[in-house]
Ligand binder design. Structure first.
Ligand code: BG6
Length: 523
């Protein structure tokens, strides 16, 4: 049989195209790293200690940073460079779980750590920062490139960017980029407003909105799995897929973040950003190339195809929850309302579930069930794609197909891998069927450590590769879906708490799936 012609390798086509950014390899390997200074606002905060510093140290350990690389930490706490270095050393030792501490690497890295104390509302801070950057440029020759990382109270993002602009720090002899942590706005209007403010100083192409789920290896692998293989994509549509379940369960509570969490809630904290981005990655159309613009265009298109629901649909297709006190493993666990910083009659959701529909030809009519919650029985994030039954049951009703449908499970964390579940004949003379599983496991297949999401994303931003960052239109599309749900939840009085800590969430979430004859998986 004649083989159909194969498309010319993407690599060859891309190689023949002009590359605007010489540091950005379109397929994300063979990447050169430019000289630069990273300025971290919120350098005394939790994220810097737990994630940013360990990630930067690991990049240094892997020799991924340039020789003149430097970090300037900024926060209100008065301290000098040496004290900042000491503090960062402690964090790196405490939070770099899978990286060996190497004092030679640390000494070289620490020589590039600097600190400027000050209040972001004080003009003097930006002047001192400008002076410090000029000094660093003299000694370390960072090419005038500066990446500002905002890891602070979201209400301070706009004023900090404007402060940088007023001090003339938004422009320089090299490039300037702004990385912004989540949450990006608290509804559609505030997200738009924030983008407008940032654009007064930075162009949209220089704004990197971080969503650390997109940096997770297993989330990136969804693209490799779908578009690097020929056998799955033909099944990836309404004809074969019955429904999709996306679960991000956490066993921890709010861990001292009660005051922040009380304002945010699970829907805004996890679904608006992380889980809708994961859903977009699972459901988007193949992009024409692996360039940032193509991939982000497809993600954005998918997000814009998710149906924003009317209030009566929201009541049927979404479920908020809040955990109450319980005993787990012999220990008393407080309910959300008993956590520090939380109102005793708080109406905040610590659990959120929703049924989304994607209005395009590929997915019309296929429910995407999304759920997340604190204090669920275990920490697990996974995507389960459930396929339709075989059209004819030749093995009779006892074949187990009803209770064990074909499932493709993408395991994001803590285990990382992919499993395919299907029915098999059990050994013996009868034709008895039983579900079995074909498993791919990252650890055993590759035997090497996956970089943390922050390592991937920090390196990407330094290189100028925005593929895994969210864009203004994507953030606004997500808020368009989430905001009407927020409204309905706010104006409804729920009988909270409606699930006990350590259980799989409120019964209403099971009823939501039961309407369509489905049940949640117990991962
Ligand atoms: C953060 C949320 O963005 O993601 C937290 O604010 C949540 O509430 C965390 O715990 C989960 O991230 P991960 O990588 O541990 O799944």
């Amino acid at each position: 049989m004649r083989q159909r012609p194969v498309a010319a390798p993407v690599r060859a086509i891309l190689d023949s195209m002009p590359i605007q950014n010489p540091f950005q390899d379109p397929l994300r390997f063979e990447r050169r790293v430019p000289e630069c200074v990273v300025v971290i606002f919120g350098a005394n905060g939790d994220l810097t200690k737990r994630k940013l510093m360990p990630a930067l140290y690991r990049l240094a350990y892997d020799r991924r940073l340039s020789a003149g690389f430097a970090v300037v930490g900024i926060s209100r706490t008065p301290m000098g460079d040496d004290q900042f270095r000491e503090k960062m050393l402690e964090s790196v030792k405490q939070f770099s779980e899978d990286t060996k501490f190497d004092s030679e690497v640390w000494d070289a890295f620490a020589a590039g750590l600097f600190y400027v104390a000050g209040d972001i509302s004080d003009k003097g801070l930006y002047e001192r920062l400008a002076k410090r950057l000029a000094d660093i440029e003299e000694t370390r020759h960072a090419g005038g490139n500066v990446m500002f990382y905002l890891s602070m109270q979201p209400s301070q993002y706009a004023s900090t960017a404007l402060g940088l602009g007023a001090a003339g720090l938004g422009k320089g002899s090299g490039w300037r980029r702004l990385v912004v942590e989540k949450p990006f706005g608290h509804d559609l209007e505030s997200a738009r407003e924030l983008s407008d403010r940032l654009h007064e100083v930075f162009d949209e192409t220089d704004v990197y909105r971080i969503d650390h789920y997109l940096g997770k290896e297993t989330v990136q692998n969804i693209l490799a799995f779908r578009f690097g293989n020929g056998i799955f994509e033909p099944l990836w549509n309404r004809r074969y897929v019955n429904h999709v379940q996306i679960t991000a369960a956490e066993s921890i509570g709010v861990e001292g973040r009660g005051a922040y969490y009380q304002e945010a809630g699970a829907l805004s904290d996890m679904i608006q950003n992380h889980l809708l981005q994961v859903m977009a990655t699972i459901a988007m159309e193949p992009s024409a190339s692996f360039r940032a613009t193509s991939v982000r265009d497809e993600r954005s298109k998918l997000l814009r195809s998710i149906r924003a629901m009317k209030p009566d649909e929201i009541r049927k297709n979404t479920v908020p929850g809040q955990y109450g006190p319980s005993r787990i493993g012999g220990q008393e666990v407080p309910g959300f309302r008993q956590e520090t910083g939380v109102n005793p009659d708080s109406q905040t959701d610590t659990y959120a579930a929703a049924t989304f529909f994607v209005e395009n030809w590929r997915w019309a009519g296929v429910p995407f069930y999304v759920r997340t919650g604190k204090r669920l029985p275990k920490r697990v994030t996974e995507i389960a794609i459930q396929f339709n039954q075989a059209p004819l049951r030749i093995f009779g009703d006892q074949d187990g197909a009803e209770s064990s449908p074909n499932l493709l499970i993408v395991r994001i964390q803590p285990e990382e891998g992919i499993s395919l579940k299907f029915l098999s004949k059990t050994p013996g003379s009868g034709m008895k069927l039983r579900p079995v599983s074909m498993d791919f496991n990252y650890g055993s297949s590759f035997g090497e450590r996956s970089p943390s999401a922050y390592e991937t994303l920090l390196l990407d931003a330094i290189i100028g590769d925005a593929t895994l960052y969210t864009r203004q239109d994507m953030v606004e599309a997500s808020w368009t879906v989430v905001e009407p749900i927020q409204h309905v939840w706010k104006e409804t009085k729920y009988n909270f708490p409606n699930y006990a800590a350590g259980t799989w969430g409120p019964a209403a979430a099971d009823d939501m799936l039961a309407q369509r004859g489905h049940v949640w998986r117990k991962p």
